[in-house]
Design a binder for this molecule. Structure first.
Ligand SMILES: Nc1ncnc2c1ncn2[C@@H]1O[C@H](COP(=O)(O)OP(=O)(O)OP(=O)(O)O)[C@@H](O)[C@H]1O
Length: 614
């Protein structure tokens, strides 16, 4: 345990940088109470035992039994010697832990070891030995969000104690990391693999919560190519690494297992990094929630638009390959993430449509061919696919495709056959019971782990239900900067009866900035919301409207605060004194001006002019 010696800090001259580090941290915690006997207490006990032994001998000698006195004194002295040896060993173990705490404090950038509480248990291997279990309690100011944070701590402990440790549990909320020696078996002596697997599953069930809100990305997260997916039973974050040697992500799960929620979260994370997201939403309405999300450039919901988006992603990849061939380096190419939700149904619908039009096999396999090409070559030019499918026996999971998948997320329970086909072994990675968002995830070459995927609200549903908590969470996840404008499908309006020519229209179509004239139904309904002039027929409606939180309202916005004021222009937004939850909005409308105090988390409708930029 790391103990704080006040003399150290009183005498030491605080360097300016250590003072700066210290100011980041809350006041020094009180000196932790030492568990068990201190070395001094053990020495005192040894001395007291010697005195007791001598006193006994003297008494028996006075009573004329010096021989009996010696007989009593020998075990008592042995006991005293044992207490002394234990005190010496305790002192040595404390020194080991003090040194470890200092090394960990250096590694974590905390002012000194007294800010950590290192609790070492079950010492083994030799006289001083090494602990089997180490608990490290660290201050809340330590940033433990990096994916490899716990691994970094393991490395420091390994370097210091020269013994191997693994993460037993990382309690993010409690700021406590438990490391243990993996070589020492715990539990019954009789081998019981089935029972052990069941106990392991039980432990996972108990350790994993049923819902974990997607954390707001830190600056370090935003600079990283690791997209957080969820948390495993040790509290360690599990993510999809776009920079890994394999690229793309496959999400597998039956209806209701949590695909839509996970894909929404992935789109939000990618957008937060300032990268563009294109979505092919084969079920048309599943991912409409991210349609208005900054940097989500397009959510294609008709089959024709979906074909165009996938084809354009493939063209983008081809264009980038040409750039690389001409000397551009991969690092100059910004990631583009293309989400294809319900890929297998989409590919089937494309094939049906081609067959109905009497087109050849080349057209029928268009979706599959484009996806296969993107899987093979997209990663080298930073075009990444996120595919969702429902069945574990999908050919996409065959051996030859697995090498292109950086991560496979299997949501929900898999039957034994599917699990062993996917992971090689069905035993270790079974979520055991149906919890929405519970998944088995394999990233890179690591073994599969059971994870609770992060919960991300659907922005559209949150707005509709006016769910303040979800709107607040989305507000924190929303990118501050829109780096990629909205796109629409631009295709020739040529009329043709020839199915082949009609098919070609999709292949020749491209994506253009802004909401196009051939707006989809969703765009129309958006355009048909009452215009400031009161017109609702949609034909005279310029621009489009959306719901945002009051905390996002800015001077110059055209906003509908309530039915009484109607559409007004915001002139100024001020905080309300002693009330962090509301804002004072000064507005001007057709019939005068006014001021209104509104809750920061209330959703209001604002209207954009038709500039095509979010
Ligand atoms: N990570 C999660 N944490 C908590 N609840 C979740 C999570 N993911 C999904 N759910 C809940 O599970 C239900 C189904 O989720 P979702 O719509 O994402 O499933 P799906 O696999 O997309 O289904 P379908 O294929 O039918 O569209 C929803 O009610 C959702 O709130």
């Amino acid at each position: 345990m790391a103990r704080h010696d006040p003399a150290d800090t009183a005498a030491g001259e605080a360097a300016p940088e250590s003072a700066a580090t210290e100011s980041r941290f809350a006041a020094r915690p009180p000196e932790p109470t030492m568990k068990g006997f201190t070395p001094a207490a053990l020495v005192a006990s040894a001395v007291a035992t010697v005195v007791l032994g001598l006193a006994l001998w003297v008494i028996l000698a006075v009573l004329g039994e010096p021989g009996l006195g010696v007989l009593f004194m020998l075990p008592v002295l042995g006991c005293a010697a044992w207490l002394y040896v234990v005190s010496v060993r305790r002192r040595k173990r404390d020194a080991v832990i003090d040194e470890l705490a200092t090394a960990l404090a250096d590694h974590l950038g905390v002012p000194d070891a007294s800010y950590l509480e290192v609790d070492a248990r079950q010492w083994q291997d030799g006289w001083v030995g090494v602990p089997h279990v180490l608990n490290v309690q660290y201050p809340t100011e330590v940033d433990d969000t990096a994916a490899d944070w716990a691994a970094g701590m393991v490395e420091v402990v390994h370097g210091q104690l020269e013994h191997q440790y693994v993460v037993g549990r990382h309690n993010i909320r409690g700021r406590r990391l438990t490391l243990r020696d993996p070589t020492r078996a715990s539990g019954s002596l009789a081998p019981d693999p089935a029972g052990r697997a069941e106990r392991a599953r039980d432990a996972v069930r108990r350790a994993l919560p049923e819902k974990i809100d997607r954390p707001v990305p830190t600056q370090a997260d935003l600079a990283s190519w690791l997209i957080p997916l969820g948390v495993d039973a040790t509290g360690t974050r599990v993510g999809w690494n776009l920079a890994g040697p394999q690229g793309h992500l496959l999400v597998l799960g039956r209806s209701g297992s949590g695909k839509r929620v996970l894909l929404t979260g992935i789109a939000v994370e990618i957008a937060a990094r300032g990268w563009p997201v294109w979505v092919v939403d084969h079920r048309r309405v599943d991912l409409l929630g991210v349609r208005d999300w900054p940097n989500v450039q397009i959510v294609a919901s008709t089959l024709d638009d979906q074909i165009v988006v996938l084809n354009q992603a493939w063209r983008e990849m081809e264009g980038r390959v040409a750039l690389v061939e001409n000397g551009t380096s991969r690092s100059e190419l910004e990631p583009l993430v293309v989400v294809v939700h319900h890929f297998r149904e989409f590919a089937g619908a494309v094939a049906d449509s081609a067959h109905r039009s009497g087109l050849g096999a080349g057209s029928a396999s268009l979706a599959l061919d484009r996806v296969t090409d993107l899987l093979r070559h997209g990663r080298q030019v930073n075009v990444f696919l996120v595919l969702s499918i429902q069945r574990a026996d999908d050919p996409l999971l065959r051996e030859e495709n697995r090498d292109d998948l950086g991560a496979v997320v299997a949501l929900g329970r898999l039957d034994g056959k599917a699990a062993s086909a996917l992971w090689g072994s069905a035993a270790n990675a079974d979520p055991a019971e149906h919890v929405p968002g519970r998944a088995t995830i394999q990233t890179g070459d690591a073994p599969p782990v059971v994870v609770q995927c992060y919960w991300t609200p659907d922005p559209r549903e949150a707005r509709r239900g006016n769910d303040e908590q979800e709107l607040y969470m989305l507000d924190a996840l929303r990118p501050n900067l829109v780096t990629h404008p909205v796109l629409h499908v631009r295709r020739s309006r040529a009329l043709t009866d020839n199915p082949e020519a009609a098919w070609r229209l999709n292949l020749d179509a491209d994506l253009a900035e802004g909401y196009g004239p051939a707006a989809s139904l969703a765009d129309w309904s958006r355009a048909r919301t009452p215009s400031p002039s009161g017109g609702t027929d949609g034909t005279d409606a310029t621009g489009w409207s959306e719901m945002i939180m009051v905390s996002q309202v800015q001077p110059g916005n055209l906003v509908r605060l309530d039915d009484d004021t109607g559409w007004v222009v915001v002139e100024q937004v001020d905080p309300v004194e002693n009330d962090g939850t509301s804002l004072r909005i000064h507005w001007r409308g057709n019939h005068g001006a006014g001021t209104q105090v509104v809750s920061r988390t209330r959703a209001v409708r604002i209207r954009h002019l038709n500039d095509g930029i979010y």
